[in-house]
Design a protein around this ligand. Structure first.
Ligand SMILES: Nc1nc2c(ncn2[C@@H]2O[C@H](COP(=O)(O)OP(=O)(O)O)[C@@H](O)[C@H]2O)c(=O)[nH]1
Ligand SMILES: [Mg+2]
Length: 290
């Protein structure tokens, strides 16, 4: 399936971010831990430039610890500061702030020695729905930015002051003009980074079942009590899921639409278990961040 979504507001946001980055001391680059490679936006390279940056593997609660560790190690070995977070847990971001303090130690000490008090400014970037606003709310410990389980909730750049010490810039989730790799595009769609309205949900669910056959077929079997095994045709598996869930239209026809929505929603809410869509072995030769 062909997936494309690069609306004008994203292009505008990227251009604005390119100007705003001059005002910040560091970048917090948020990735959805379920698709850490697919969330890497090639357009961010120019924005980040030489600024200190921390990669956040967010939604860590939706991925197995071993996978998190492997990705963290992989990013570290490639020279990137990385931290794993579940931004929905109170105070989860304390470790992030300690890490940024460490990263900016020289700058902070320089300010201190001169007796000036300037807040540390950080820009939070990432694809739509990876959890940028939730992470910022967590740092603030109260709701300052709007969050939602939908692509495109934050529409403009907004500064959030935290005490007198930090200012964080929440940015709209941005994608890039064309996905070179279909798998990346599909992964972004599964995790909700691409607006559902621009995708055919039946095709997406079909592709999702197909993709899960590689490593996670048992998650489908467990969730939907499937008799079909991994060698069954994808359409037969889709049928069985809908039948088992009693997703029927008038005249006993299968309601694929309802089935597709349920499958994708089950994945997004973590009801299919802990699933990671990217594979280090597959991406390590093409991987480059900044
Ligand atoms: N399970 C889980 N959900 C999260 C986490 N961080 C954010 N979310 C959820 O992901 C959805 C998108 O979050 P939001 O902060 O609006 O993403 P943004 O578009 O990047 O600003 C919301 O439903 C959040 O509750 C996390 O660490 N774990
Ligand atoms: Mg947001």
């Amino acid at each position: 399936m062909v997936i494309q979504w690069y609306p004008g507001h994203m292009d505008k946001a990227l251009r604005e971010m390119q100007n705003l980055v001059k005002l910040v001391d560091a970048i917090i680059y948020v990735l959805d831990a379920r698709a850490p490679f697919s969330c890497l936006n090639p357009k961010y390279k120019e924005i980040i430039g030489n600024k200190p940056a921390i990669l956040v593997l967010n939604k860590a609660d939706l991925v197995q610890d071993i996978d998190l560790k492997n990705w963290e190690k992989f990013f570290n070995e490639n020279g990137y500061e990385t931290i794993c977070l579940n931004s929905t847990i109170t105070n989860a971001t304390k470790s992030l702030i300690s890490k940024t303090d460490l990263l900016l130690k020289d700058k902070i000490e320089k300010y201190k020695s001169k007796g000036i008090h300037i807040p540390i400014r950080m820009m939070v970037i990432g694809v739509p729905n990876c959890g940028k606003s939730t992470l910022i709310n967590n740092v603030c410990s109260n709701k300052k930015t709007v969050t939602g389980d939908k692509a495109g909730v934050t529409r403009s750049n907004q500064w959030v002051k935290i005490g007198g010490d930090y200012e964080l810039l929440d940015t709209p989730g941005t994608l890039w003009p064309s996905f070179k790799d279909d798998k990346v595009a599909r992964n972004l769609a599964y995790i909700g980074s691409i607006k559902d309205e621009v995708i055919d949900i039946n095709e997406l669910a079909f592709a999702f079942i197909n993709d899960l056959k590689n490593n996670y077929y048992s998650n489908l079997v467990d969730r939907y009590d499937l008799k079909c095994d991994v060698n069954c045709e994808t359409i037969d598996i889709f049928d069985e899921i809908c039948v088992n869930r009693n997703f029927k239209l008038k005249g006993n026809e299968i309601d694929y639409n309802r089935g597709a929505k349920a499958i994708i929603d089950d994945f997004r809410k973590g009801r299919l278990g802990k699933i990671i869509l990217d594979n280090i072995a597959e991406v390590k030769n093409v991987f480059k961040i900044f």
